[in-house]
Design a protein around this ligand. Structure first.
Ligand SMILES: [Zn+2]
Length: 356
């Protein structure tokens, strides 16, 4: 018998801007130049049924804007440590992706100042809408990646060892805007689905619902959905993975204070103050999907506090990641994802301790 979905938050009005936004081209232009790869247009989906006017929150209209300044005016007050100018300087672009409530899934590519990238990193924040510090980290690291490219030597010789300046980034600071903008913020999306349990892992059909029912006792914060990739946010992310072909996915969460790693090794032993502590995978989790199905390593950062991350810690984690990326790029055996062999069965289903 299928499990009932958790009681959902009230529906928002379907915003007019969503219809306009669907027609926009997916723009992945980077502030420094060319995009890494053109994004494929996403076929428009039918609009959900309109909600009653009485249930519409006041803020819904501005959240669906595709204008960065307007979006930053709406978002920045919600995000610790991010102000509107810093948000605007991110260069985020509203492509074709939309949340359940029609909010653009903003992203930004930062590519090497010259030459082809030697390594590609997809960074995701705000998969869970109540983990605000993950969005803070994404904006901070966008700024740091801009600094790296601005400082990069434009005409490095071919003999130069690859460095962080050879890395192409795709930043997605907020995959679950509906959850974050809900008052109060929610882990799940507007359908009441935990996006980090909705990815099409090999064990989804068999395990996702039983795990939710038996292990989480039908925790509404961990509802995996009725089928894998049932949500527009998870569908869009899968498209990003298939288009961008990352060599590494960095998925940022909170507040368990650890570093997890799924997929082909080697894993870093620490990032800033976060120590490597593999917690296992869950049916439908991104670590399970990326690491075990797509064979792309997934580095999960569990920040210690969902509402704040100290600037010194942001810098320390960034610096440790730079070192790790340099090691990967200078070790030809580990840098090409196509050459990796899967490592299925090396992880067990995670306990409810410290996992996200
Ligand atoms: Zn999380």
């Amino acid at each position: 018998m299928p499990a009932a979905p958790p009681a959902n938050a009230r529906a928002w009005a379907w915003p007019l801007a969503a219809a306009l936004g669907l027609a926009l081209v997916p723009a992945l232009a980077n502030v420094r130049g060319k995009p890494v790869a053109p994004a494929r247009a996403v076929a428009p989906r039918p609009a959900p049924p309109p909600a009653s006017a009485a249930s519409a929150p006041v803020a819904a209209a501005s959240a669906t804007t595709t204008d960065l300044a307007q979006w930053c005016a709406r978002l920045a007050p919600e995000i610790p440590g991010v102000d509107a100018p810093a948000c605007r300087a991110s260069g985020l672009v509203a492509g074709a992706g939309r949340s359940v409530r029609g909010v653009p899934l903003w992203s930004n590519d930062v590519v090497p100042a010259s030459g082809a990238p030697r390594f590609k990193v997809l960074l995701l924040g705000g998969i869970h809408g109540d983990e605000l510090a993950s969005v803070t980290l994404a904006f901070d690291w966008i700024q740091r990646s801009h600094g790296v490219q601005a400082a990069a030597m434009p005409h490095a010789s071919k003999a130069t060892r690859p460095t962080i300046a050879n890395v192409a980034w795709r930043f997605v600071p907020l995959l679950n805007p509906d959850g974050l903008l809900h008052s109060p913020s929610t882990r799940v999306n507007a359908h009441g689905v935990d996006l980090n349990r909705n990815f099409p892992t090999a064990d989804w059909e068999r395990d996702a619902q039983p795990y939710w029912i038996k292990r989480t006792k039908k925790d509404p914060r961990r509802f995996p959905g009725f089928k894998p990739v049932s949500e527009p946010e998870s569908r869009w992310l899968l498209e990003q993975i298939d288009q961008f072909h990352p060599d590494l996915i960095v998925s940022v969460h909170a507040p368990y204070g650890l570093l997890d790693f799924d997929g082909p090794p080697p894993a870093p032993r620490r990032l800033g103050s976060l120590q490597l502590d593999p917690v296992g995978v869950y049916p439908g989790s991104l670590g399970n999907y990326g690491g075990l199905v797509k064979n792309v390593p997934v580095m999960t950062l569990e920040l210690k506090n969902a509402r704040a991350v100290p600037p010194a810690e942001l810098a320390a984690m960034w610096n440790d990641l730079q070192r790790w990326l340099n090691e990967q790029m200078n070790n030809p055996g580990v840098q090409a994802s196509a050459q990796r062999s899967p490592v299925p069965g090396t992880k067990v289903i995670g306990s409810t301790r410290g996992g996200d």
